[in-house]
Design a binder for this molecule. Structure first.
Ligand code: PLP
Length: 463
């Protein structure tokens, strides 16, 4: 064993090492704990046990109890006072810190509460939460095998499983910080595949490009076009039918129009489970169009991807196996917890790494003592990357495919139940019969009932 090193010395010593040795030294060096923890280990343990107790009591037990509020709502000025947000030069006692933890939980929204209906995620899966707690406690980064050996292998396996559900026996992928970013990766990859020069030479090498998505798509497609320098004008908005599904004939028409205007079509982003209506675009027909025109097909299945787990409902995504890329957020319908979003690729040519890699020599040394293909960090535009696979993996281990399938099927059953109950009650107007778990409806107040014909009906109803 090497002699214990003071952490400050360890740091300056490491700075003198050649990069290839650095990684080995980090693994081997025996260092004392950081001073703040070394001060009083008993107090540290007591604090953390107390905090975990507060979390279990306040955030989990009370936070998921129907007898408690979803949120103790306060207006911003009052909340600022209650939280006493100012950061001061003097530190506070353990008791005060515990009280602060309680206040944070008290005034926060409990998204695991059975009556939390505000977003596309809710509920609390205990195994996923256990995974999140372990992830936070280990606080590692997903970029190299040496710093995340377990999670590099785990991510690979979880991605393989998700790809298999899409229908691919090989491919690539990565967990991204959310579905918006997964969508943006897809756009960047499609562009790079067609114009590899643009990585080095930038936008000046490109003709005007066009990408296509329906009017019901998620707004991240527009954001991505702006962020990637394509400009929002390059997004051609394809018609959706009355159920919110992209109209393939209009896609074909829009491609022709873009070409006539001198733009080069390169990508179609279809949506499986649109954000508002829960519509599934007709993937087979869209894939046919893409094939005819040689376009990259991306499927934004951030919301609806988890339906692939259900034998009963997976037909909604028929044709997804023909996509080049898929974005899938297990943090939404599967309740894996924020954040958990996979970008899946059919590609086996290392496109992700070729497109985003920059071979930083201090991190991705090529002479490591293991297969450096396990250093997945150069596939992404980030450096440090959160571990997002453990919560999903642990939940999947506990539930099995069958448990997760039951969960999806149950969500459909509950949506149907809600629809049937609405039909029995006065004052509820369904926007349409849902095919997914989005139930869109109007609540018609007493003063507006029976007044559908009046000219300001819709405006007043909206208000
Ligand atoms: C269809 C769809 N795609 C993408 C996203 C964006 O996902 P994220 O919030 O993880 O960025 C959403 C979010 O609601 C969505 O509904």
């Amino acid at each position: 064993m090497s002699t214990p090193l003071k952490s400050s010395f360890l740091l300056s010593y490491l700075c003198t090492l050649p990069p290839a040795l650095l990684s080995r030294e980090i693994l081997m060096a025996d260092s004392e704990a950081l001073p703040s923890l070394a001060g009083d280990p008993v107090a540290v343990e007591a604090l953390l046990r107390a905090v975990f107790g507060v979390v279990v009591d306040e955030a989990i037990q009370k936070g998921t109890s129907v007898s408690q509020k979803v949120c103790e709502w306060k207006e911003p000025e009052e909340l600022k006072q209650l939280l006493d947000l100012e950061l001061r030069s003097q530190g506070e006692s353990q008791e005060q810190i515990l009280e602060r933890c309680r206040a944070v939980i008290r005034y926060s929204v409990k998204t695991g509460h059975p009556r939390f209906f505000n977003q596309l995620f809710s509920g609390l899966d205990p195994h996923a939460l256990a995974g999140r707690i372990i992830t936070e406690s280990l606080n590692t980064s997903q970029y190299t095998y040496e710093i995340a050996p377990v999670f590099v292998l785990m991510e690979e396996e979880v991605l393989r499983k998700l790809r298999a559900l899409v229908g691919w026996s090989s491919g690539d992928g990565i967990f991204c910080p959310g579905g918006s970013i997964s969508n943006m990766y897809a756009v960047n990859l499609a562009r790079y595949q067609r114009y590899p020069d643009c990585k080095q030479r930038g936008l000046r090498t490109l003709p005007p490009l066009a990408l296509f998505t329906s009017k019901e798509c998620h707004y991240s497609i527009q954001k991505g076009a702006a962020f990637l320098g394509l400009g929002t004008d390059s997004v051609r908005v394809v018609k959706a039918d009355e159920r919110g599904k992209m109209v393939p004939e209009d896609l074909e028409r829009q491609i022709g129009m873009a070409e006539a205007e001198g733009a080069v079509p390169f990508l179609v982003s279809a949506t499986s489970g649109t954000t508002v209506l829960g519509a599934f675009d007709p993937l087979e027909a869209i894939a046919d169009v893409c094939q005819r025109h040689g376009l990259w097909l991306h499927v934004d299945a951030a919301w609806g991807g988890s339906v692939l787990l259900s034998q009963t409902h997976r037909h909604l995504l028929d044709g997804i196996q023909r996509a080049d890329s898929v974005a899938w957020n297990p943090h939404k319908l599967l309740a894996a917890g924020l954040q958990c979003s996979a970008l899946l690729l059919q590609d086996t040519s290392n496109l992700l790494k070729r497109c985003h890699g920059s071979q930083a020599s201090y991190l991705f040394q090529q002479d490591k003592f293991y297969d450096v293909a396990l250093d997945t960090g150069d596939k992404v535009v980030q450096c440090g990357r959160r571990v997002d696979c453990l919560k999903l993996w642990l939940m999947w281990k506990a539930q099995g495919d069958q448990g997760l399938e039951r969960r999806i099927d149950q969500a459909f059953v509950l949506a149907r139940y809600l629809v049937e109950e609405m039909k029995k009650r006065e004052g509820f107007e369904l926007v349409m019969e849902p095919e997914f778990v989005n139930v869109c409806f109007w609540f018609v107040p007493l003063t507006l009932r029976g007044k559908q014909e009046s000219p300001d009906y819709h405006e007043r109803l909206s208000k």
